[in-house]
Write a protein of this length. Structure first.
Length: 276
């Protein structure tokens, strides 16, 4: 059963911002309620985790530990690096090409990608910006609150560079559990399925995760689910990880992408049908 999500304005919201928040809430099927002078703890006591605060930054997850609203975060720096002609290991993994075989993105064939663990949307943004023209990036996020915040950003956030804004608008995000998608009878639709299990097991000290920790989905990506993903993808499955030891034991044919000194890398598993 889906819980109702409540939207309340920020404490200092002017009438125009309140009207904007109410209109957005109604468009999403959420319940808009007046804030009054209630604190975040007051709101949690009444609504539990099922509320968003609408501010000048759009909808945000406000908790005593901090706030989360849509921003590009590290995707901003990665996009800047792409403009300078630098590599991005995620893009290489999604396209299945190492540095020595990497042609400019414009010379690569387009790919269709499903980001199965969208989270804050940073990887999806980089993929949408950097993949070859004609590529398509869709995304899933299992948390209704997080999906609402990220979806708002993809459809409303305006970057100073028009091509970044356009890249965000091209991403199609829906609230769904990737496990349901993997176990469905739907045939292969996407060239690449991308997973970031790290988002489900964040670094404990990471400040950006604190406001959303209570609503995050902590289910793991099992060997069985990876095998199912290999059946659902047309070309490859890409998994972002810090520790690849178990993955390498389970899938000896895995190819690893990433910098020599980077704590984060990408495991690429090619589908049998694509290998042939």
């Amino acid at each position: 059963m889906t819980h109702m999500i409540y939207v309340v304005p920020s404490l200092k919201a002017k009438e125009k911002l309140q009207e904007e928040g109410k209109a957005w809430a109604e468009s999403q099927g959420f319940a808009y309620v007046p804030r009054g002078k209630r604190t975040i703890q007051d709101l949690m006591d009444e609504y539990g985790e099922d509320f968003l605060v609408y501010s000048s930054w759009g909808p945000q997850i406000d908790r005593p530990e901090g706030s989360h609203f849509f921003s590009l975060n590290m995707a901003e720096l990665r996009i800047q690096n792409l403009r300078k002609g630098q590599r991005d290991h995620l893009l290489e993994a999604l396209m299945g090409v190492k540095e020595h075989g990497l042609r400019p993105a414009a010379a690569q064939p387009p790919v269709t990608v499903l980001d199965c663990t969208c989270g804050f949307g940073a990887d999806a943004a980089v993929a949408s910006f950097g993949l070859p023209a004609g590529s398509r990036v869709d995304a899933l996020e299992v948390s209704p609150l997080l999906e609402a915040v990220t979806a708002w950003g993809l459809s409303h956030f305006v970057h100073k560079k028009d091509d970044v804004t356009a890249a965000l608008r091209r991403i199609s995000l829906r609230c769904d559990d990737y496990r349901d998608y993997l176990l469905s009878d739907e045939g292969p639709v996407y060239d690449v399925l991308y997973f970031d299990p790290m988002f489900q097991r964040p670094v404990e000290a990471s400040c950006q995760f604190q406001p959303v920790r209570a609503i995050m989905e902590h289910g793991g990506l099992t060997r069985e689910l990876i095998e199912r993903a290999l059946q659902k993808a047309r070309r490859r499955v890409v998994i972002k990880e810090r520790d690849f030891r178990q993955l390498c034991r389970d899938f000896p044919d895995v190819t690893l992408y990433g910098g020599k000194y980077s704590r984060i890398g990408y495991a690429v598993l090619e589908c049998d049908s694509w290998k042939k």
